[in-house]
Write a protein that binds this ligand. Structure first.
Ligand code: NCD
Ligand code: ZN
Length: 343
């Protein structure tokens, strides 16, 4: 029996939603991860410390008994965010970052920022308060090809933010291109990135070859194979700037399998196993622990976890759906086999 034991990991980018969906998805995460950075893109978005603390209580209610799980809350940055709220967030033990969505870039981003330069004074306040900024790094606008949106954001917006705020801690969320990887590698120690399981395992063929597969549609969209390979090299390199963030983003099956399906892959059901598969294929299982359990905690200046989790090398089949009939969520690789299973 082949076993892999690592320090209990954390998920540094997670959507858990609220209400019934929260109750379905949270146990999947809390079984594997000790902590998770919780995305604030609810409807309406979580923009204040007071709202985040209420949301945190709702999440804690959904954690199964006897499971130790800590939600790390974030606030949604908008054109109306105030310097006073940034100070309040930085002083809270429960708020760990602000999330910047360019308006219209992704699911529930309509409250996001339409003119990023106009909120530079808020980034200055974050830099001063030393609270991290998490960025969805894609330009918006119909004239940009969807496969180019991250690269253009890196060239134009991200490099300017990095220049103007050299001490601001930034996580470039869910990097999907070799250009974003290179940017993060070349940047100072204040800039890091998360990488999702789907961007390590699949290229854009998964969405489009042989039929349209909506459960592989997420934003930033899956890219060409050379980009996937660049992500695998970054994740398995042992470079502490790259760490685990699933971007698990549940949507009801009916909203994915639709004429206009929502963006987001649900991966929390088997997150660690999916990463193990990607690292094993790269011959780098020995690098999984740093990526999954150490580097994110170090970047956020939180203690590393003390417990462990164990995966067994064994084949199992992912269920075709989770949740109640009529309100199901279809997981990534639904009905397919995985070669690692968490004990
Ligand atoms: C996310 C969601 O559904 O909230 N969707 C996605 O495709 N990743 C939003 C996001 O992180 O972009
Ligand atoms: Zn996300």
């Amino acid at each position: 029996m082949k076993l892999l034991t690592i320090t209990r990991p954390d998920d540094w980018h997670l959507h858990v939603r609220n209400g019934a969906v929260l109750k379905t998805v949270l146990p999947h995460t809390s079984r594997q991860f000790a902590r998770a950075i919780i995305m604030p893109n609810l409807k309406p978005p979580v923009t204040t410390v007071a709202q985040a603390l209420l949301y945190r209580e709702e999440i804690l209610q959904a954690v199964p008994a006897d499971v130790d799980f800590t939600p790390l809350m974030t606030l949604y940055l908008t054109g109306s965010t105030t310097v006073a709220e940034i100070k309040k967030a930085a002083e809270s033990d429960h708020i760990h970052a602000f999330k910047l969505y360019p308006a219209g870039a992704t699911t529930h981003s309509d409250s996001g920022v339409s003119d990023i330069k106009a909120i530079y004074f808020l980034l200055a306040a974050m830099e001063k308060q030393d609270i991290p900024l998490l960025i969805h790094g894609e330009v918006t606008g119909e004239h940009y090809d969807i496969f180019d949106r991250e690269r253009v954001f890196v060239d134009t917006t991200l490099s300017d933010i990095a220049d103007k705020f050299p001490a601001l801690r930034i996580v470039v969320e869910h990097v999907t291109t070799s250009e974003a990887v290179q940017f993060v590698q070349a940047a100072g120690a204040n800039i890091a990135a998360t990488i999702t399981p789907q961007h390590l395992l699949f290229n854009r063929n998964a969405i489009l070859a042989g039929g349209i597969r909506p459960h592989y549609y997420c934003l930033p969209i899956l890219k060409r194979e050379p980009h996937r390979l660049a992500l695998v090299r970054a994740a398995t390199s042992g470079n502490s700037k790259f760490f685990l963030g699933t971007d698990s983003a549940p949507h009801l099956t009916s909203l994915k399998e639709s004429a206009c399906g929502c963006a987001g892959c649900y991966s929390a059901h088997a997150a660690l196993e999916l990463y193990a598969e990607a690292f094993e294929r790269a011959g780098a299982l020995d690098k999984l622990e740093g990526f999954a359990s150490f580097y994110g905690a170090d970047f956020y200046r939180l203690p590393r976890n003390s417990g462990t989790v164990t995966l067994e090398k064994t084949t199992w089949k992912i269920p075709s759906s989770y949740g109640e009939t009529g309100n199901t969520i279809t997981p990534l690789k639904a009905g397919e086999e995985l070669s690692w299973k968490m004990l």
